[in-house]
Design a protein around this ligand. Structure first.
Ligand code: AMP
Ligand code: MG
Length: 417
């Protein structure tokens, strides 16, 4: 058994730079984004509106289109125009046209009075207050100007974006391909969660947790099952990913034990770019690429640690931004904020540590409470966490009230205590 890892310990930011240098967005495909549940896809083109919205002046309320210059003088109602109808008439002085919300405002009219401010009897209209030109009229291009760029490349499609695409009539658009991410668990002690577990065994939580995290990051997750700690079994699994995935995540087998085979296999099949990070939890996290003949992009491989918290935190800090970049996301990083500690935080002596926390808004600032014991096998420390505190190494605790930087991994939590 080796006593010393042959891999130098790289700082977190250097590890992130190395990964980013190997990531280029995957290909682009054109799809009907409205009818293919394309939410979560990232736009690969800028979207322009060809026409203004509205395209003609429209009534913003139900009421009467009239000439503001007529003041409060009574008018004769000459017609009714509903939404979707063609006006085809003119409002002359002393006349008005009954209009519904969204109806085109007839020529000659320069204001719409709300029905609530009028009375109509036998075709005679009285208005209770004078109007100014433009009142209650949605002018041409008020919402979207002709030729305006409404969405930019790198935007993730959500409800508003899909609505905008439909509004400007862009149904087929260029989006980035979803990365295919294969996930492999390793370990002789690792078992399917719903099967028999022998004494000393553990249920495979990593593969399922990582696949969920992969999907949350907008990718397609493919399970490669559990590989025994055997070189030929694990080699075959890695080669399977070379064939059919853009990215491979492995769990376990990256530490210093005699049954930790992932690093030597990655060195054999490809290039290991780093094999240790000055980072807690997840020091042995490894990044490698495997070139493949006939294909433009190499397989990106992240060897994640076996302990469940280490694997998920390493995923968040190193893998997720890469997966977002692969699909062209213009903002691949989680937001960074400054938070005030509600509980004291105990740092690790030698490495920066990402500690799980629950962040909410309290008394005018972002406040973080710890999720409790931060052991790398205690998955419960991830539960409810919407942030990771970036805790610099040291020997003194950060007291309650101190400020730290945090990565926001989810929506702010309600804070009621
Ligand atoms: P390793 O890095 O392979 O030595 O794994 C370290 C520890 O992580 C093991 O002793 C297990 O307790 C745990 N572990 C490894 N793989 C998994 C997995 N797929 N799911 C849950 N725990 C795991
Ligand atoms: Mg193992």
């Amino acid at each position: 058994m080796r006593r010393e890892s042959p891999y130098p310990m790289v700082p977190i930011d250097e590890a992130q730079r190395i990964i980013t240098a190997h990531v280029t967005p995957l290909g682009v495909e054109e799809m009907d984004v409205l009818r293919n549940a394309a939410d979560g896809r990232v736009l690969a083109e800028d979207i322009y509106a060809t026409d203004p919205l509205p395209d003609v002046p429209k009534a913003a309320v139900d009421g009467y289109a009239l000439r503001s210059a007529d003041g409060v003088a009574p008018r004769r109602v000459i017609a009714e125009v509903t939404a979707g109808a063609a006006p085809g008439l003119r409002v002359e002085p002393g006349t008005a046209v009954r209009v519904m919300t969204g109806a085109p405002v007839p020529e000659g009219a320069d204001a719409v009075v709300m029905v609530e401010h009028t009375e109509e009897r036998d075709g005679a209209l009285t208005v209770r207050r004078a109007l100014s030109a433009g009142d209650n009229i949605h002018t041409v291009g008020q919402d979207i100007a002709a030729g305006q760029c409404v969405l930019t490349r790198g935007t993730t499609l959500g409800a508003a974006e899909i609505g905008l695409l439909a509004t400007v009539g862009r149904v087929r658009v260029q989006v980035y391909r979803r990365p295919i991410v294969a996930v492999l668990a390793t370990g002789d002690e690792v078992y399917e969660p719903d099967g028999e577990v022998f004494p000393g065994g553990v249920r495979d939580s990593n593969r399922y947790a990582l696949m969920a995290a992969v999907r949350e990051a907008g990718c397609e997750a493919v399970s490669l099952g559990i590989a025994r700690d055997d070189l030929s079994v694990q080699r075959a699994a890695i080669l399977d990913a070379v064939d059919r995935a853009d990215v491979l995540l492995t769990s376990g087998g990256v530490s210093m034990g005699t049954r930790d085979l992932i690093k030597p296999l990655l060195a054999e099949l490809g290039t290991v770019h780093f094999g240790r990070i000055a980072f807690k939890p997840g020091k042995p996290t490894t990044f490698a690429t495997i070139d493949r003949p006939g294909r433009a992009a190499p397989l990106l491989v992240f060897g994640l640690p076996g302990f469940p918290v280490s694997s998920l935190v390493s995923f968040e800090v190193f893998v997720r931004p890469a997966l977002r970049r692969l699909q062209g996301d213009a903002r691949p990083e989680r937001p960074r904020v400054r938070v005030t500690l509600r509980d004291p935080i105990y740092p690790s002596a030698d490495r920066p540590e990402y500690q799980r926390a629950i962040v909410g808004w309290a008394e005018g600032r972002l406040v973080a409470r710890s999720t409790g014991r931060q052991g790398s096998s205690r998955l419960l420390s991830m539960l409810g966490a919407n942030a990771m505190l970036v805790v610099p190494p040291g020997t003194q605790p950060f007291p309650a009230g101190a400020e730290l930087e945090a990565l926001l991994t989810g929506p702010l939590a309600p804070f009621d205590e």
